[in-house]
Design a protein around this ligand. Sequence first.
Ligand SMILES: Nc1nc2c(ncn2[C@@H]2O[C@H](COP(=O)(O)OP(=O)(O)OP(=O)(O)O)[C@@H](O)[C@H]2O)c(=O)[nH]1
Ligand SMILES: [Mg+2]
Length: 300
Amino acid sequence: MSAFRCGTVAIAGRPNTGKSSLLNKLVGQKIAIVSPKAQTTRHSVNGILSTAACQYVFVDLPGYQTRHVNVLNRALNRTATDGARDCDVVVFVVEAARYGAPDREVLARIPGEQRVVAVVNKVDLVKHQLELLPFLERLQQERAFAAIVPVSARSGRNLPELLRVLAALLPEGPAAYPVDQLTDRDERFFAAEILREKLFLLLGEELPYRCDVSLESFQDEPPKGRGKGLRRIEATIWIERESQKPIVIGAGGELLKRVSTAARKDMERLFEGKVYLGVWVKVKRDWTGDERLLRQLGYR
Ligand SMILES: Nc1nc2c(ncn2[C@@H]2O[C@H](COP(=O)(O)OP(=O)(O)OP(=O)(O)O)[C@@H](O)[C@H]2O)c(=O)[nH]1
Ligand SMILES: [Mg+2]
């Protein structure tokens, strides 16, 4: 029998290629938030998959981007670049039949000595698989990839092959985490992320990039009488200026209510019990451009 392997696999790529979706599908649990908007991920999060032969520690990274230039995006790009350096293998995610300057820029930032597996995601969107061949051949010219694996994070297609390829590239060694552990983050982190995901899904095109979420309290209340207790979660949505408040809250508070109801339902599913979610909207003036405020919000 071959030896047990364990290592970190950073998931890198330009925004919106499906990195977080891939992590979730590989681990079999929704660990990372997902939205159709670019730059949804802001904090790296580990998703751990333990099999009989291997423990994969996947690290979901923010999509490296050049579109919005501000202090927040510089911090996100730093997280993305550092993550692709400090790991055993990089999975470089591109979209099927779409490869351009933003992808090339990410690839250029992955250190030359790093082992890189190119993952061509969203193959479910390609009607005729033969059309992929010229794309795969062109991609091969971009770097000496350890492998190129076409997959669909949505359908799960070819993910077993990706796992085989990755296992062979990981170092031999004992498991770094208990085999039943799924992530390195705690429940507070997921509660804040769930709320941020709803902002990405329900606010317009620009506003999600002006919002952040922090948790004020997270408490378990014991059951009154029979049944399960209640989780009482208080969260703040931070915006950049006062004029954004009515947009986030919506007419008669309707939008904020939709956001917080959707978030509460997801939290109840994740925490397997009743949740009370209180949400406030507050201003941290120009937080996306202020390093000190960013650190307060948990960015590096
Ligand atoms: N059709 C299809 N859509 C996918 C697939 N994987 C992801 N998506 C969609 O692509 C969009 C972006 O997915 P994310 O997982 O948030 O992408 P990301 O790379 O993590 O994005 P950032 O965090 O913003 O960098 C979402 O609308 C996903 O549902 C796939 O295999 N097929
Ligand atoms: Mg993401």
